[in-house]
Write a protein that binds this ligand. Structure first.
Ligand code: NAD
Length: 438
């Protein structure tokens, strides 16, 4: 067996970031690499492996024509699919539709997916996809057209044994159904395993829709206990009332927590006595946004972060908590539902203030975990009940959280660094035993 022994260390630091990473260089990519670098240095990681993990193995950029419903307007749209790590099995990661997305952002998200899958012991490497378009500008028929064309553009790089997309910001189970259908049409037979997060009718899993939110709440329960309070008696503020934040709020409320604030992209609601989520859900079904909901005080998504609460769950977009507001947060615990909501300076400020942060790569790993369950159930054609899915998810989330907490205590590092250490360690060991080709 050819094994690169760790004692044969290269005596060098990884190459200069600016020169090596021009293609990806954006604030979010820099954050992901800075997290990796900070942790790798503390782990005394082999620089050969360290450098290898900083860039994705494959990054696909496509541009394609997209016809609006008026027929005459044809726009050129950009799409991405980045596969960070092919060592652990197929790659896995969501697809986001957003008009600000870029290659660096998708790459950072793919990198975080690698750590997440590794922490959860899933047989996947990280990937992420995106289409640079504002999903709110799309009619249902336009949404379907852009999805089918994007799928056709990346068809050679995805597949059930290759790379498996899932929903993320601005996409949902219907989008996954169209991706699955487009892929299957091109192949000539049904391939449900090409995506996860699809509707139950075509092989989706019970519990997938709420899985990320359920995982967030499982982590909040565990972390609150360590911080000395019970989530059941806690007040919770949730930024982003979408797939993740909405489920987290409903599940936390079902356990007895008081949801004092929620927001969407346009604005938010605050009531220290607790919001009536059933009434909010009924309002959203009719009006789509929280805007106009009668009763509670109005807050902006940024103001929500600074409200008094026991648990703060940012579950909207990245880059929300930084040096500008970290000192003003009034929560006792921060649980990251979104990817990348907290930057490095804020991490340091919150650590100094003794506010624990359950990092995204643990807290929101429930989605990819039930995506793995879905992929597994589909490949065996043996489907589990909702209760089975939820119980298995909770077990795996608890185990992951406790593992990370143990590393944090043992190495005297915060939860993010501990989580990164867990994630990176398993991957680098796998890379080491596989060796370098040729
Ligand atoms: P979503 O589109 O269902 O919901 C996003 C919510 O955030 C909505 O309420 C939206 O109005 C709000 N929002 C959007 N842009 C905003 C902005 N600029 N400022 C404030 N609020 C804004 O998306 P989602 O699937 O719930 O994803 C939310 C976050 O969770 C993302 O960071 C995503 O990467 C992460 N995540 C999602 C999953 C999943 O399974 N869906 C899994 C892991 C992580």
């Amino acid at each position: 067996m050819s094994v690169d022994q760790p004692r044969k260390r290269a005596k060098r630091a990884p190459k200069d970031l600016q020169k090596q990473h021009l293609e990806w260089d954006t604030p979010m990519y820099r954050l992901a690499v800075a997290q990796l670098d900070g942790t790798a240095a503390q782990m005394d990681l082999d620089p050969n492996l360290w450098e290898r993990l900083r860039t994705p193995q494959r990054a696909h950029v496509v541009s394609f024509p997209f016809r609006r419903d008026d027929y005459d307007t044809v726009e050129t749209v950009f799409g991405y699919r980045v596969q960070h790590l092919l060592t652990m099995g197929p790659t896995k990661g969501g697809v986001r539709y957003d008009d600000d997305v870029n290659l660096g952002e998708v790459t950072a998200l793919a990198m975080w997916m690698s750590w997440k899958c590794s922490i959860m012991n899933l047989p996947f490497g990280g990937a992420k996809g995106a289409v640079r378009i504002d999903p709110r500008s799309l009619t249902p028929t336009e949404l379907q057209r852009v999805t089918r064309r994007y799928t056709a553009e990346i068809i050679e790089v995805i597949g059930p044994d290759r790379d498996i997309p899932a929903p993320d910001l601005g996409t949902n189970e219907l989008v996954m159904a169209w991706m699955m259908d487009t892929y299957s049409q091109q192949k000539g037979y049904s391939v449900p395993g090409v995506v996860t997060g699809k509707p139950i009718e075509i092989g989706g899993s019970y519990g997938r829709k709420e899985a990320t939110g359920r995982g967030v709440v499982t982590c909040a329960l565990e972390a609150a206990r360590i911080a000395g309070f019970d989530l059941k008696d806690a007040s919770v503020a949730v930024q982003g009332f979408g797939e993740v934040g909405g489920a987290a709020a409903r599940i936390a409320a079902s356990l007895g927590a008081k949801i004092v604030a929620i927001s969407d992209v346009k604005g938010g609601l605050y009531d220290p006595k607790g919001l009536d989520l059933a009434a909010v859900d009924a309002w959203i079904r009719e009006h789509r946004f929280l805007e106009g909901f009668p009763g509670p005080d109005r807050v902006t998504p940024a103001e929500l972060l600074e409200l008094p609460c026991d648990v703060l769950i940012p579950a909207a977009v990245q880059n929300q908590i930084g040096a500008h507001n970290a000192a003003r947060l009034q929560c006792r615990l921060l649980v990251e539902g979104a990817n990348g909501p907290t930057d490095l300076e804020a991490d340091a400020i919150l650590s100094d203030r003794g506010i624990p942060v359950v990092p995204d790569i643990v807290a929101n790993a429930g989605g990819v975990t039930v995506s793995y369950f879905e992929w597994l159930q589909g490949s065996q054609q043996f489907f589990w009940s909702e209760q089975e899915v939820n119980n298995r998810l909770i077990q795996l989330m608890q185990r992951a959280f406790r593992d990370v907490q143990a590393v944090s205590e043992r190495r005297k590092v915060n939860l993010r660094t501990a989580a990164l250490m867990r994630g990176i360690e398993r991957i680098t060991e796998a890379k080491r035993v596989r060796g370098v080709f040729p």
